[in-house]
Design a protein around this ligand. Structure first.
Ligand SMILES: NC(=O)c1ccc[n+]([C@@H]2O[C@H](COP(=O)([O-])OP(=O)(O)OC[C@H]3O[C@@H](n4cnc5c(N)ncnc54)[C@H](OP(=O)(O)O)[C@@H]3O)[C@@H](O)[C@H]2O)c1
Length: 239
């Protein structure tokens, strides 16, 4: 389907699961040289079984020395995708533990920026960077102000960074509710109920699939004329 990824070097931070792994799987089939990162070596090994040909590196994106060491030894790359996530920061503000919100930033905002800064000298000017944010950035719904702070901060950086790092491109993909292992922190019945509830609020009438977000990411990687943009792959949830 894509003609341009053969032998291109791609690093997907947070690539051992969900959206990152779906992206890695498609790109490996397109003959890209894909390296996925994550903290758990076991999860990376399982991911490598489902996505043959994908390389793995166990790195915590909060650990800057490991990131620096990895990118220095990995050398130049064509594309960087930041797909890692935390899980904290949701809840109505009056009851929201600010410790949890800080941990939410530690789980997504800061490790994405650490990875971006460590990788920047090694991403080719002809390449791309794609940041995965979330519909919560613009949802304007009760219970998501903390998540809006985390994801909105990332989204607000994109246009400014696009000007700063030009001609290298940077964009974001903002998913809605997507059926990934991220939701497995919930008991199965609560997860099913939550998905049903979100599906009923979503104009397309269902929640999203990781492959759909992956195709949005790959579209941005492949299209050399797009920078500073946020694609909302959320079934219209944020409308
Ligand atoms: N799924 C959704 O409904 C949804 C909705 C909106 C936005 N998003 C966003 O989409 C992105 C991908 O989410 P997902 O649903 O695919 O999540 P996921 O299935 O939970 O995958 C998250 C990945 O990030 C890795 N990771 C987490 N913290 C890390 C760290 N400090 N260093 C390195 N790797 C780390 C995880 O591996 P380890 O745990 O082994 O480190 C895993 O590979 C995230 O930014 C998320 O916020 C998802």
């Amino acid at each position: 389907m894509y003609s341009s990824f053969e032998n291109q070097k791609v690093v997907i931070a947070g690539g051992s699961s969900g959206i990152g792994l779906a992206t890695a799987t498609i790109l490996a089939k397109e003959k890209a040289h894909v390296t996925i990162t994550g903290r758990s070596a076991g999860r990376l090994a399982d991911a490598a079984k489902t996505a043959p040909g994908v390389h793995t590196a166990a790195i915590d994106s909060n650990n800057r020395p490991s990131l620096d060491e990895f990118f220095t030894s990995h050398g130049e790359i064509d594309h960087l995708v930041l797909a890692l996530s935390g899980a904290k920061g949701a809840g109505t503000f009056a009851d929201l533990s600010l410790k949890d919100l800080r941990e939410g930033f530690e789980g997504k905002f800061w490790p994405q920026l650490e990875t971006l800064q460590a990788a920047l000298p090694y991403v080719k000017k002809t390449g791309s960077i794609t940041v995965i944010t979330a519909a919560s950035a613009v949802l304007q719904a009760p219970g998501v102000s903390g998540l809006a702070a985390i994801n909105g901060s990332l989204e607000l950086m994109i246009p400014s960074l696009a000007k700063e790092i030009q001609p290298l491109r940077i964009n974001a993909v903002s998913p809605g509710v997507i059926d990934t292992p991220w939701w497995d922190m919930m008991p199965a019945d609560v997860k099913a109920q939550t998905f049903e509830q979100y599906a009923s609020q979503t104009p397309v009438g269902r929640i999203g699939r990781p492959e759909e977000v992956a195709h949005s990411i790959i579209f941005l990687m492949a299209n050399g004329n797009i920078t500073g943009t946020i694609i909302r792959c959320d079934g219209g949830l944020s409308l």
